[in-house]
Design a protein around this ligand. Structure first.
Ligand SMILES: Cc1ncc(COP(=O)(O)O)c(C=O)c1O
Length: 353
């Protein structure tokens, strides 16, 4: 065994493990492998992006020592940027929609970032929208760099030079499909760029939450169902980011919140994978896609982040019931209640002796 010592945490970004799934696919004849992005040192796929956006800006002279990074982020990109900034000495201001979990806001503040919350459910062009507010803050903050993850080409590029090649190496080039989600689109587009360059036949499949417009844009070239709110964080869109390269995708699959959240709970209890709801959505998307395949296939799913950021949501029975994601009457899929020792002993007919 050769164990290496890293000189700093930045060296530990990427090279995440790929692990075979063994239970949640039930009787499916296909092989499923999960790329576990929570192994990144900041806890999500967005560490790759944080480093790429910052180093890209440094190279172009857009980010100078002591500068401030401004970004509209649903949490994970903020964490990636805050993590890299803490090591490189930059300040951060993050603009986030109000639906984002309390845990995600708290961790960003712990890294020293300023968090600004904007209302969800307003049009992107609205001056109150998180994109508009971000632009305004960036324009009016001296010595600042607007990271612009949705449109900055460094985003997809980092996945073309890291995530894609890693999967290729881990699967020894034998992979029929890769299923992921698209928020900015960087992850799947970058992997798609790499696969195209390789002239590989690997199918790039996007799982999209119901309520996102990306599915319609892919199949109908226009929005048919207007965007609607949904509970899965970090994936799906109400506009088309430059980093979503629809021409590199081979299919889209729609997933409901209920399917996504229920699968997220199966992933932790059956596979011991503590991942966020976007991973549940991607797994369901992969299973739906796989149902249509006629020969046994090898499918890689990208699991973007850690479930610990969602303890108050997907892993909280009351929140699940209140949001119509878990049936209170048949709480079969619920977790064991926390009880005090006295009640536990009483149920067992034990005594303190
Ligand atoms: C939890 C989560 N899953 C998936 C994604 C999608 O990744 P990408 O922005 O590369 O499309 C994101 C992006 O923010 C995310 O935060």
């Amino acid at each position: 065994m050769s164990l290496k010592t890293a000189q700093n945490l930045l060296e530990l970004i990427g090279q995440t493990p790929l692990v075979r799934l063994n239970k949640v696919m039930d009787q499916s004849p296909h092989e499923f492998y999960a790329k576990i992005e929570y192994f990144n040192p900041g806890g999500s796929v967005k560490d790759r992006l944080g480093l790429a956006l910052i180093e890209g800006a440094e190279k172009r002279g857009e980010l100078k020592p002591g500068g401030t990074i401004v970004e509209a982020t649903s949490g994970n990109t903020g964490l990636g940027l805050a993590f890299v900034s803490a090591l490189k000495g930059y300040k951060c201001i993050f603009i986030m929609p109000d639906k984002i979990s309390e845990e995600k806001r708290a961790i960003l503040r712990a890294y020293g970032a300023q968090v600004v919350i904007t209302p969800s459910g307003v049009e992107p062009e609205d001056p109150r929208s998180y994109l508009s507010v971000s632009r305004k803050i960036a324009e009016n903050t001296p010595n600042s760099f607007y990271a612009n993850q949705y449109h900055n080409p460094d985003n997809a590029k980092i996945h073309a030079i890291t995530t894609g090649p890693e999967i290729w190496e881990q699967m020894k080039g034998d992979v029929d499909a890769i299923v992921g989600g698209a928020g900015t689109g960087g992850t799947l587009s970058g992997i798609g760029m790499f696969m195209k360059e390789k002239k590989s036949k690997t199918q790039i499949i996007c799982a999209d939450p119901i309520g996102s417009i990306l599915y319609d844009l892919y199949y109908h070239k226009k929005v048919i169902d207007p965007p609607k709110p949904y509970k899965v964080e970090g994936v799906g869109e109400d506009m088309l980011p430059d980093n979503v390269h629809l021409d590199l995708m081979h299919g889209f699959v729609q997933v409901t919140d209920q399917e996504a959240f229920s699968m997220t709970r199966r992933l932790i209890s059956e596979e011991a994978l503590c991942v966020g709801p976007s991973s549940g959505m991607i797994m369901v998307g992969a299973l739906k896609y796989a149902q249509k395949l006629t020969k046994p296939s090898k499918i890689v799913v990208i699991f973007p982040d850690n479930g610990r950021a969602y303890l108050s949501k997907v892993f909280n029975d009351q929140w699940m019931v209140e949001n119509g994601l878990l049936d209170a009457a048949k709480i079969k899929n619920s977790f064991a209640k926390v009880v005090n020792a006295e009640d536990f002993y009483q149920q067992k007919n034990w005594k303190f002796e």
